[in-house]
Design a protein around this ligand. Structure first.
Ligand code: F6R
Length: 614
């Protein structure tokens, strides 16, 4: 849940580390630190809070590290121990000769700490990571070889980790390793980078090696040597990274979130390219290996995901059941992994994850794979750990999402489910050709409809202004838009910290209605279709309890003006596609409310973009 970077080469290292950490801020941002190899010794600098505090901390020390060309850096999202200076990385062994940065969780850290304390190690922090610093230092004292010390320590460490290690006695050598946490090596001219994610290095190089679990790499300006845990030499596979540096700029928007919301029409167009050419053509999903036989033998589909991806999964269930008539269960990955699921060779397990690295989903996928299920991964990161577990893959091509709150990746995941449900229905022949053509026609029109919503965003900003000071917010919907209500509420709470909840409207009178009074805003996602009248009557029930009513609607029904204090109008769309249209104003509403409140929109407190710990 943290971000790590490393560099060894011939350039001045501090800016490389700090720039790299800035690109990893989405992974956590409650403290940060760097260690650099100075002329005589390694120097460590740390700061609590955001990265800008570390920048300030470094001011005035420039002379100390002006000629340094090797270092490691870390941005932390606290798991073990509060976000304090002592708990911030890098961590050192007792003599300060060895420094380490770590992303992940060392599960046996208590045992390691006890054992190391007995042999004289004195712990300064409450972190799991400090145990690694002492352990590797102890191994180094025995073998005097940093790579070997890390390799030997790997046998004793349990859990998930990506590590970068330096030692005072190895002036030009960076050693890195990983297990169940992401880490890649960027390759330049007589220089190597290490990072938790591509954005930290893409500015410098697009040549990279994805380190595999239990591999240890020794990097010097001239060489890269990789071994596995048994010390067998590995021939690394060098890959060319697909991301463009321009993707990381705000391009004139105030926040990445706003930019990413505006990218959504193009995200839809991108995912359609090569997959749906025309309404009368078949959907092409080249990396999906499901055929008539596998689908005929399928007993069930399970979709597993977390957070926003879970909401996309819930809509996926609705689509697959409607289009293909196959029973689908959706479950939070964190629940799936701790129970006996009925999963076997006749199960299709779909993992949905923007990052492809979320620990709970990754574990769930591995469990399902071990039970023989066919694994299909829907992800924005075709280079991720989850993608590497996949039998079938749908890369959603949303581009790098920097804002912690997911927006464009959600739309892209929804699009993946539309395409998948259509693709499976074509294989199963479960929808009449004329209906298929009409569905595909509508799908291809979605980008223009979102552009229409974006062009009227000032209206949504005005509505937002009226609710910025509310303490609570309720979103109601029915049918395919119930997950939209959940996602609208999640967006609002994560960036504005307003207590927001999504309900299936029929549940209101089973409890939540007790909360309604003239202070409570209730936003009704009132899209034309099968549940319109039902939801209208639920909205009337809420209005009768004096709630402050807001409609998000594509209906032009005049009587809505009497029922609702504010109406957010969206273009008309077939009910099945309404979740794509309905979520955009809700993202904007959350954005503008958070902006009015002066919140840190792109980096909300306590959150991280990639949750690589369970
Ligand atoms: C919300 C958000 C999170 C993620 C969740 C899963 O805006 O971003 O709820 O959706 O942490 O992450 P991925 O999709 O990377 O598995």
């Amino acid at each position: 849940m943290c971000g790590i970077v490393g560099y060894v080469g011939n350039k001045s290292v501090v800016d490389i580390l700090i720039d790299g950490l800035e690109q990893l801020e989405y992974r956590g941002y409650d403290s940060s630190g760097i260690a650099v190899m100075c002329d005589t010794e390694i120097k460590v600098y740390k700061a609590i809070g955001k990265l800008k505090n570390l920048r300030e901390e470094l001011c005035g020390h420039e002379k100390e590290f002006s000629s340094t060309t090797m270092g490691i850096g870390h941005i932390r999202w606290a798991t073990h121990g509060a976000p304090t200076l002592l708990n911030a990385h890098p961590h050192t062994c007792n003599c300060g000769n060895l420094v380490v940065v770590h992303n992940g969780i060392i599960e046996n850290y208590k045992e390691l700490r006890e054992d190391l304390a007995k042999s004289g190690c004195v712990f300064k922090s409450q972190t799991d990571t400090e145990a690694v610093a002492h352990l590797v230092a102890r191994k180094y004292a025995q073998c005097k070889d940093l790579k070997e010390a890390v390799r030997l320590a790997s046998y004793e460490i349990e859990g998930a980790y990506a590590l970068c290690v330096m030692h005072n006695e190895c002036k030009n050598t960076l050693v890195i390793t990983k297990r169940n946490a992401p880490l890649l090596i960027g390759i330049g001219d007589n220089e190597f980078y290490a990072a938790s994610d591509v954005p930290a290095i893409i500015k410098h190089t697009n040549k990279a090696v994805y380190l595999e679990d239990n591999q240890i790499a020794e990097l010097t300006p001239e060489s890269m040597e990789i071994v596995d845990i048994e010390n067998n030499k590995i021939n690394p596979k060098i890959e060319i990274l697909p991301w463009e540096p321009v993707a990381l700029s705000k391009m004139g928007y105030k926040h990445f979130m706003l930019k990413e919301i505006h990218e959504q029409p193009d995200v839809i167009r991108n995912i359609l390219v090569g997959r749906l050419h025309a309404p009368d053509e078949h959907v092409v999903l080249n990396e999906v290996k499901l055929n008539h036989e596998t689908l005929t033998h399928l007993e069930r589909i399970q979709i597993i995901a977390c957070g926003t991806s879970l909401h996309a999964a819930m809509i996926g269930k609705y689509l697959i059941e409607s289009f293909c008539g196959i029973s689908v269960d959706v479950e939070a990955s964190s629940e799936y992994i701790y129970r006996k699921t009925v999963t076997n060779e006749r199960t299709l397990v779909i993992g949905v994850s923007q990052s492809g690295e979320t620990a709970d989903t990754l574990t769930a996928i591995k469990q399902a794979k071990a039970k023989g299920a066919h694994i299909l991964i829907v992800t924005n990161r075709p280079d991720s750990a989850m993608a590497r577990e996949a039998d079938s893959l749908i890369p959603v091509n949303a581009g790098i999402e920097v804002s912690v709150a997911a927006t464009k990746s959600y739309i892209a995941q929804l699009m993946a489910f539309y395409l998948l449900a259509l693709y499976m229905s074509e294989i199963k022949d479960s929808i009449a050709p004329s209906t298929l053509t009409s569905l595909k026609t509508e799908l291809m029109l979605l980008p223009q409809k979102i552009e229409q919503i974006l062009s009227q965003k000032d209206n949504i900003q005005n509505v937002a202004r009226n609710y910025a000071n509310t303490k609570d917010f309720i979103f109601i919907a029915r049918g395919i838009n119930y997950p939209t209500a959940l996602e609208g509420a999640l967006k609002l709470k994560e960036i504005s910290y307003i207590n927001a909840t999504g309900y299936p409207a029929g549940e209101l009178k089973h409890g939540p209605i007790a909360m309604l009074d003239e202070t409570m805003p209730v936003l009704s996602i009132l899209m034309n279709g099968s549940v319109y009248e039902k939801l209208l009557s639920n909205s009337e029930e809420a209005k009768a309890r004096n709630a402050r009513m807001i409609a998000l609607t594509n209906s032009r029904d005049e009587k809505l003006n009497y029922l609702f204090e504010h109406i957010i109008k969206v273009p008309d769309v077939q009910e099945l596609f309404s979740p794509i249209i309905a979520i955009v104003p809700l993202q904007l509403l959350a954005y503008y409310i958070a902006e009015f409140l002066g919140k840190d929109v792109d980096q909300p407190r306590n959150l991280a973009k990639s949750v690589t710990v369970e």
